[in-house]
Write a protein that binds this ligand. Structure first.
Ligand SMILES: O=C(O)CCC(=O)C(=O)O
Length: 356
């Protein structure tokens, strides 16, 4: 054993150790729970790298600026070919637009979410949450299948759920299960757009009903993908995963290896609270590079970088670190207040893929 390292520290992979370093832990003082301080000195900050670049100052030795005619500066990590970072790629208007879509439209059926497994498809979750509604379990029955009722076609034994005005009013104190829409919105972890991903099989299930990726998102992804595209080729967005993070949530180290052509990038957009992203190597034993992801940043992973472990061990929701003041100002009108409430303690990531 070396120094203060325990056996478990030694057994952990380099990726796992980094996750543990940045993950949110609490220290319990006499009075209250405090987030454990974390050393952020090794986290690459592409916002300050962009400032250095604009001043024509020297960049950190592991970073280079891509020579391209893309309209914004694009940075690379010298030891991870195929990885591109575009700091502040999205305007504040675009960030607001995609946050609204992520909460209101993207979880709409036929897009699937993590809630499908329990409740089946849920219509209008965001609106129901805003209106204080409650999702209640209905009696299983083949009758009364109307547009306000959530059900899975062809299986009448699966409980059906519908939104009602408030808890108690409709359940009449009976034992039917119910859940507040606002809680379900908070518990939303992912939704999938375009070709639907089957998490249990870790593959795309082209037989599942789906809509095309919305046109505006597709156009944006095509534009953002340009720095990572092989010369003369076009990026065709076919699927997207929207990840929703709340305080304390993390996305463990993983590979995105379900798409057929890894030369095509994954276009990954960050919205809301700042996060730490870890980019490792082809093995979990390779020490990962940590970097901040802020609202509006876009990351591209193509080629060799597609074979690298990556994850998000931390999001910051405190005022000093979240860095969402411009978003908060935009959402402070009456229409934006419910988004504001959500985004104060959340991060959303939209990652767009060409599957075939
Ligand atoms: O949230 C992020 O920035 C990364 C998301 C990701 O790695 C994924 O969905 O595969």
């Amino acid at each position: 054993m070396y120094g203060s390292e325990t056996v478990t520290d030694l057994e952990r992979t380099a990726f796992r150790k980094a996750e543990k370093k940045y993950k949110l832990y609490y220290d319990q003082t006499k009075k209250k729970k405090q987030p454990r301080p974390v050393d952020l000195s090794e986290v690459i900050d592409f916002k300050s790298i962009l400032e250095s670049h604009n001043r024509k100052d020297e960049l950190p030795p592991q970073v280079s600026a891509l020579e391209s005619d893309f309209e914004q500066p694009v940075f690379c990590l010298k030891k991870r070919p195929g990885f591109y970072f575009i700091p502040g790629a999205l305007s504040i208007e675009e960030q607001c637009q995609w946050l609204r879509e992520s909460l209101k439209s993207f979880p709409q059926p036929p897009n699937r979410t993590n809630h499908n497994a329990i409740y089946g498809p849920i219509q209008d979750l965001f609106v129901a949450a805003k209106e204080g509604k409650v999702l209640v379990e209905e009696e299983s029955s083949s009758r009364n299948l109307d547009s306000n009722t959530n059900y899975i076609l062809g299986n009448i034994n699966i409980p059906r759920w519908k939104f009602v005005e408030e808890r108690g009013a409709s359940t009449g104190g009976d034992t039917r299960k119910s859940e507040l829409a606002s809680i379900l919105l908070r518990k939303l972890r992912w939704s999938t757009l375009g070709l639907q991903f089957d998490w249990s099989k870790r593959s795309y299930d082209v037989s599942l009903p789906h809509n095309k990726i919305p046109d505006a998102l597709s156009q944006l992804a095509k534009k953002m993908a340009a720095p990572a595209m092989p010369l003369g080729e076009e990026f065709w967005p076919e699927a997207a995963i929207v990840n929703y993070f709340g305080l304390g949530d993390m996305l463990g180290g993983h590979l995105d290896d379900m798409e057929a052509d890894w030369s095509k990038p994954i276009v990954s957009m960050s919205l809301g609270c700042k996060a730490i992203f870890l980019l490792g190597g082809k093995s979990r034993e390779d020490p990962p590079t940590a970097m901040f992801l802020r609202s509006g940043d876009v990351v591209l992973m193509a080629g060799e970088a597609r074979e690298c472990f990556h994850g998000v061990p931390r999001i910051f929701t405190d005022e000093e670190n979240a860095e969402i003041t411009p978003l908060e100002l935009r959402f402070s009108d009456a229409d934006g207040l419910y988004y504001l409430e959500y985004i104060k303690s959340s991060r959303v990531n939209i990652n767009i893929r060409q599957v075939f």
